[in-house]
Design a protein around this ligand. Structure first.
Ligand code: ITT
Length: 194
């Protein structure tokens, strides 16, 4: 079976990819290959950071590798937090990040709270050029969190056409419309076609 390392320290991203990939591929985690590095993410685009993470692991550990860089772009904040989504208020503190987002949007009316999640996935296979798969989902930011599922900004985000947040929908519903769902389906389509 084809083995690919997913260069992420985010257990939720790993779960989402594994549940969508099924059993055609073995998705190894960084823990599986005993990589405990603090991988730098200094680029200004999702694609740049996804490439940096995938390259870091491929070059040092030798595996075919993929990485996901993602985030939330809020129109009323000129696209912030964007590539800084994981560390908007505090590094990987979802509650603090959501709280800061709500504070920055205080007083912004519902029709101006438009936003989107974006994902760029980078695949590095053998000596081939990097390949990118991207996905986005448009939606809006609520003025209070709702739901217990998902991760990150999911309790504040309602996708267009929906009334429930990504933290209130089932995993399958989130995958069907989410930025990562779209990017992962494009990735799987490419890998199946190889
Ligand atoms: P790795 O770099 O180790 O993959 P990370 O969580 O640091 O994990 P990113 O740098 O790509 O990943 O930051 C992504 C952040 O964007 C993530 O921590 C969340 O705050 C937010 N985010 C991304 N996808 C999301 C989703 O599906 N639902 C909610 N928030 C999401």
């Amino acid at each position: 079976m084809k083995k690919i390392v997913f260069a992420t320290n985010n257990a939720h991203k790993l779960d989402e990819l594994r549940r969508m990939a099924g059993d055609r591929f073995e998705i190894l985690s960084l823990k599986d290959i005993r990589c405990f590095d603090d991988i730098p993410e200094n680029e200004t685009t999702f694609e740049g950071n996804a490439l940096a993470k995938a390259r870091w692991v491929r070059d040092r550990y030798g595996y075919d590798c993929l990485a996901d860089d993602s985030g939330l772009e809020v129109d009323a904040l000129d696209g912030a937090p964007g590539v800084l989504s994981a560390r908007f208020a505090a590094e990987h503190d979802d509650a603090a990040n959501n709280k800061l987002l709500l504070a920055k949007l205080q007083g912004v009316p519902a029709q101006k709270r438009t936003a989107r999640f974006r994902t760029a996935i980078c695949l590095l296979e053998g000596d081939a050029e990097p390949r990118f798969f991207s996905g986005a989902v448009e939606g809006r930011i609520l003025d209070a969190p709702r739901g217990e599922g998902g991760f990150g900004y999911d309790p504040l985000f309602v996708a267009d056409g929906y009334t429930r947040t990504f933290a209130e929908t089932s995993a399958a519903e989130k995958d069907a419309v989410s930025h990562r769902g779209r990017a992962v389906r494009a990735l799987l389509h490419y890998l199946h076609a190889e």
